[in-house]
Design a protein around this ligand. Sequence first.
Ligand SMILES: *Cc1c(COP(=O)(O)O)cnc(C)c1O
Length: 811
Amino acid sequence: MLSIDRKTFKIAFINKFVEIHGVELKDGTNQQKYEALAGIVRDYVSRTWLKTNKRNNKSGQKQVYYFSMEFLLGRLLGDALLNLGLRDVCKAALEELNINLDELENFEHDQGLGNGGLGRLAACFLDSMASLNIPGNGCGIRYKYGFFEQKIIDGKQVEVSDEWLKEGNAWETRKANKSEIVKFGGEIKVDYINGGMNFTHVNYEPVLAVPYDTPVVGYENDVVNTLRLWSAEAVSNEFDYSSFSRGEFLQAIEYKNSVESISQVLYPEDSFYKGKILRLKQQYFFVSAGIQSILRHFKKQDGDIRFLDEKVALHINDTHPTLAIPELMRILVDEEGLDWDEAWRITTNTVSYTNHTILAEALEKWPIDMFKTLLPRIYMVVEEINKRFCEELWNKFQGQWQKISDMAIISDGQIKMAHLAIVGSHSVNGVAKLHTEILKKKEMSNFYYLYPNKFNNKTNGITHRRWLLKSNPRLTDLLKETIGESFIKHPTDLVNFERFLEDKSTLEKLGKIKLANKEVLTNTILQTQGISVDPNSIFDVHVKRIHAYKRQILNCLRIMDLHNALIDNPNLGIEPRTFIFAGKAAPGYYLAKNTIELINSVAKLINNDSRINDKIKVVYLENYNVSMAEEIVPGTDLSEQISTTTKEASGTSNMKFMMNGAVTIATLDGANIEIRDEVTDDDIVIFGLTADEVFNYYKFGGYNSIEIYNNDSRIKRVLNDLINGKYHQDKERFRSIYENLITYNDEFFVLKDFDSYIRAQDRVNTLFKDPVKWQKMCGQNIAHSGIFSSDRTIEQYATGIWGSEVIYKNL
Ligand SMILES: *Cc1c(COP(=O)(O)O)cnc(C)c1O
């Protein structure tokens, strides 16, 4: 922890400001002030960063490398200040200069290099690894454009490119001298030398991978780890531009553009696979650069490559970085000269894999032709892995051809990345108990039968530093006042809060804190949407990616039904509610975009309906991102976690809401089950089909959505309203949603769960009417949320998968 006093901080800030801007502080803009502040925080971090790197090199501790195509970091200034222990000093120093820290923080652009939960998980893991003093590094892509910015225009989503680097990035350092070359295309020349084969890659297209390092600050423990993101550049010395004739010059420019496109933009699909060659290029690009640089560093520290698995753990976040397996094999065999079996032992001992989804449409399968042309040597390696694996299968499952072909890495003209990831790693984990059970018993049962010991569960988590200490200072203060500060280092100590829940005054304080946070949100809603909402109403919040399986449509149909009920009976005994939505749809996902438009149409109609006396309001907040989540979560009463059971692998926003004292309405899906187990049925509202019921429908059929439509007058009415012009002058506008539910038999059981959902919402209504009871439920959720800190998750990865030591400091 840094000990810097207010005066020193103030002087450092003023000096930094003049140094980088060349004008006096009083003449500076807020943007410039933010940059100066980030600059000095960076300076403070740098010293510790250097020390951490030196310590790691000397200690010889096992290094973890977390490979992920996405890191959804959000803003870094507040996080760094908090973890350095400098937040209060900084705030006070700036106040003396009449500068408001919270305001300045808003000038930092969100680092949005991820789509949703998977990328945010990677960011939480980095924070926990640093805070637990685990030598853990992130490895990813420095996209020039992150996740698109969403505008809502006439109720519709419009995508705008995310120019997050426009004002510069105070946190990154370009390390040109640590660049690597990644090779694409070309041919493989095979030479037979002394009875062995020698592979030479010729006529390839070289791409320069340049790393940009971002510090990851541990919580008050003198640790700064590294997130290394790779940027693709043209290899300049390969081309002497002046010597090109005109045609060649254009060729050179083409080359440059084609290379730079690799790290140009993040693909905006979440839980969806599209076989784009550029995506495959991205995957090999960062994996190859990452592994080359890891091995280079390892050898420089005098590491013997045969013991790599004792000193290095490579983790792959979903199948996106699976090429780490053949890339490591390629280097060990072709460049280090190891024989295949030894290389395979090292590779499988080093790599571990997290599965994130069972949605069929998300599974990565690359066409052989595309793969082979782009990565000829890697394809040969994968073929050899597949050949040996199939031999293993033949021995084990003699004559069971179907099974063998189902399990093969290469079949049907495709390379199955999940199969490669399972075969080439020593650990396969799911991200919540139910999800792992489904992997073992259903989706990957063949592999589980073959390798039972590889499979394990690591339920996701969130960093309580960002999602409680930083985003909810009011609640944090109350917790410190009541249970002391031990929960900061040991989040399960939050359970001590339970005994304060018998105390009326604590409950009242909880209620006031929630109200204050709701008032902040109320103000944002007014400022950004021009909608005035009542902070005393139930803030009923559904924020996440827009996806059919997450069932925003179910929520929307219920609101339409409630509106109908209010029109029929204006004296309906409901607590006023504000329905808050936010989230982005993939630009090519029509149904999801149509859902956004429906919600906005429903909002427009309801918010302007004077007959219902402002009893309900509907708000769609534009451009959901990490910073917005940090504001929404503390101001939420009711957390909507209503995915079709079995479809949400874990969810993590469910954990954020719980930790901030929202009550959850949920299906028994993903980590919702574990939340229910922590708080018991008393303090969560559960509804809907169970996993067994869903699987039975899949297996035996028997679900018929039209039957439900015909037998439930509420459903009939709201569905008819989708196509009768009530919500849009163009009657066909929401046809796709209607067809999905009726003609295509409602794949996600929206109508099946409708009645159960409405009844659950009625229970919420009753519970909210009794403020003491409600606040107690909120308090119970906070008290039992500690287990969902990503510190717990990372400790389990470290001890159960990576074999790295976990060393707490400054306890
Ligand atoms: C936590 C988080 C998510 C994940 O939300 P789920 O509800 O678990 O899908 C997505 N986006 C952002 C910005 C988040 O902070």
